[in-house]
Design a protein around this ligand. Structure first.
Ligand SMILES: [Zn+2]
Ligand SMILES: [Zn+2]
Length: 396
């Protein structure tokens, strides 16, 4: 006599089959978008290098900026990371990066600071993550101090600035939250913190656990949260920056890698630094150029694992005096949406290879690009996030 199948088992098998089919669709439909080489570059004869607050004047026929790709906010064994500096550099080289910014805990972390050098093709640049009175503060670009930085956030920022450096507020809305005071001397804030999203999003991403073995970057893209709160705060800070002499707050995509998915994360969220000329060969000069570009906001952020952003440019014609014409170049062969924003509101948007907008109002403007092709990114997670350009009132 034939044995009857247990109905519960049948349902479980069916559910498993549906799950495997769903996973297969997810994996097979994911691909990192890459544009065909050299899209429409020859048409551009005049440009301002990028989203720089103090970019050089536009010059007809000026060369394209040189773009270096890196990762920001990494921990090594010098604090609570699990990789050595050499292992981080090797992983970065495999991920195709030009530089990494180490931010080991300490005020500063001298061992990490002293590890700065060229390792293979990767520039290892070290700052520090200071546990301050307001929260975690990343310090960068400072000369080696003779004593430790203050635990008071404002004092630490001033001490770092006195040594030629600058500070970035780390993960302001997760882990150790930032307690906001006056604008003080901080120069930027982290908009996306990968480690924070990972801690928050691990439960739903369990669904994608098998994907980690086959396409780890797909699983990591799925956990990225829309950075609504941080962007809202950033826009309010930029609004306060309008009409001030200080540079605008800069936004950073941060990895904050310690141990989990370290190597994959290096290729998920990236900083793209734009230099006027080819990076110098000498490590001291080259790392100084990268740090200067970061200080001046001559970089943009991108979720590189979703699509290759090379070719993105954001510039304003004829100086930074209103009225001016903005250009956002996104010459990509896949569906995308470009937005130009001021005070958190979209003032222009488009889907073409370049968005051109005449801005009559002075103010702080920035650009975002979203993927609209089939993408693992959630709809409100920006694929590209520029840094701001300040347009001032014409002073006679
Ligand atoms: Zn931290
Ligand atoms: Zn950290």
């Amino acid at each position: 006599m034939k044995k009857r199948r247990h109905p519960v088992r049948t349902v479980l098998f069916a559910a498993l089959a549906v799950y495997i089919a769903w996973l297969a669709v997810q994996i097979l439909s994911y691909r990192k978008y890459v544009s065909p080489p050299e899209p429409a570059r020859a048409e551009i004869t005049s440009f301002r290098t990028d989203g720089s607050p103090d970019a050089a004047p536009a010059r007809a026929g000026a060369p394209e900026p040189v773009e270096l790709r890196g990762a920001f906010h990494l921990h090594t064994r010098h604090s609570d990371g699990t990789k050595t500096v050499e292992e981080v550099a090797a992983a970065a080289e495999r991920a195709g990066l030009d530089f990494v910014i180490l931010t080991d805990h300490g005020s500063p972390n001298f061992a990490s600071f002293d590890s700065q050098r060229q390792i293979g093709r990767v520039m290892v640049i070290a700052g520090a993550e200071i546990s301050s009175s307001r929260g975690h503060l990343v310090a960068l670009g400072f000369k080696r101090p003779t004593q430790r930085f203050s635990q008071n956030a404002e004092s630490a920022a001033r001490e770092v600035a006195a040594l030629g450096g600058f500070t970035v507020i780390a993960h302001p809305y997760s882990k150790t939250r930032w307690s906001w005071g006056d604008r003080a001397d901080f120069s930027g804030l982290e908009i996306i913190s990968f480690d924070s999203d990972l801690r928050r999003g691990w439960a739903p991403s369990l669904l994608y656990a098998p994907v980690l073995l086959i396409k780890p970057s797909l699983a990591l893209l799925k956990i990225l949260d829309p950075p609504t709160t941080a962007v809202h705060k950033w826009d309010r800070l930029l609004e306060e920056d309008e009409g001030r002499a200080v540079g605008p707050y800069l936004g950073y995509f941060s990895i904050d890698a310690h141990r989990l998915f370290y190597e994959t994360a290096l290729g998920v969220l990236n900083l793209h630094v734009q230099l006027d000329s080819l990076a110098p060969v000498d490590f001291t000069e080259a790392s100084r150029a990268v740090v200067e570009a970061l200080r001046r906001g001559r970089f943009y952020n991108a979720v590189d694992a979703a699509a290759d952003p090379a070719g993105f440019r954001f510039w304003a014609e004829d100086g930074r005096i209103a009225p001016t014409v903005f250009h956002i170049r996104a010459p990509f062969s896949f569906a995308h949406e470009i937005r130009l924003l001021r005070r958190g509101a979209t003032v222009a948007s488009g889907n073409g290879p370049e968005l051109v907008f005449e801005a009559r109002e002075p103010g702080v403007y920035r650009a975002e690009v979203y993927l609209r092709a089939r993408t693992p990114l959630r709809r409100d997670v920006p694929w590209i996030l520029s840094n701001p350009i300040v347009i001032r009132k014409d002073v006679p």
